[in-house]
Design a protein around this ligand. Structure first.
Ligand code: ADP
Ligand code: MG
Length: 250
């Protein structure tokens, strides 16, 4: 299943994506590929991995034709090899960081090759979890594969819900999502009936509410990966429940 997390900046996309990876790897739903598709993101830190090279670096090098050389080595093979090299290995999952976007220049041929290699790469995993860039502009530029499940993260405020709704409408009009786009309320107590009622006005199915969890902040302050969050933490429990119900309905 390909699960993507979208939403406004600061809503908690990266945090939730990391906790989704935590849940799936602990449930032995592996192999899993985590994809950091936000150039300003910190998914690698939250997963406790160091990444040397991004797909963006590779794309720039390919554009400068750094990979044109060794006689007899087709450029394609070199790029394919570089994609494999960019994959960082964690415990039960791999991570690919997309890195910065494109500068000026013609990236078409590089992008066509990348698309094929990335699709091949993803197909080797049971699940792919994508931490998307904030906002919506990048979604319309997306030319890669569809996702099965889109989780749009919002807070319970009217403005937050409106923005989640806009993102959901765009993913629908672009036909990006194979199964369903869900709303996830972050920093909202499950008992928050007002938030639930507000969520209902968006017309989006509510996947779940993730409460404020002080342990997330503790882990962040100590620079520890969220994969180590304890089973009984409020956010972890909420994410587990949410994923179980999504999996049941997908
Ligand atoms: N449920 C939560 N409880 C406590 N802190 C949270 C929660 N969700 C997110 N945070 C904190 O909020 C900040 C923004 O979250 P982040 O996942 O980086 O958002 P985004 O990726 O959408 O920009 C981070 O400092 C994160 O630790
Ligand atoms: Mg983020």
């Amino acid at each position: 299943m390909v699960i993507a997390v979208s939403g406004k900046g600061g809503t908690g996309k990266t945090t939730l994506a990391a906790l989704v990876v935590r849940y799936l790897t602990r449930a032995r739903e592996v192999p899993l590929l985590a994809v950091d598709a936000d150039p300003n993101s910190t998914l690698a830190d939250k997963l406790g991995l160091r990444v040397e090279r991004t797909i963006g670096d590779l794309r720039e090098d390919a554009l400068k034709s750094k990979y044109d050389a060794p006689a007899g080595t087709p450029r394609q093979q070199t790029i394919e090899y570089q994609v494999q090299q960019a994959v960082a290995e964690g415990a039960g999952f791999d991570l690919l960081v997309m890195g910065r976007g494109e500068g000026p220049g013609c990236y078409c041929s590089v992008n066509n090759m990348l698309r094929t290699f990335l699709a091949d790469l993803s197909s080797g995993y049971r699940h792919v979890v994508i931490d998307n860039e904030a906002g919506i502009e990048h979604l319309s530029r997306r030319t890669d594969d569809k996702v099965d499940v889109m989780l749009v993260v919002g807070d319970g405020t009217p403005a937050g819900l409106k923005s989640a709704q806009r993102i959901a409408e765009l993913t629908t009009s672009l036909e990006l999502v194979r199964d369903r786009t869900w709303l996830v309320l972050n920093r909202v107590d499950d008992a928050g009936k007002t938030a639930r009622e507000a969520a209902a006005t968006t017309g989006l199915p509510l996947a779940g509410c993730v409460p404020v969890d002080p342990r997330i902040q503790d882990f962040e302050l100590r620079g520890e990966p969220l994969l180590g969050m304890p089973e009984d933490s409020a956010a972890v429990m909420a994410i587990s429940q949410m994923l179980r119900s999504i999996q049941k309905e997908t």
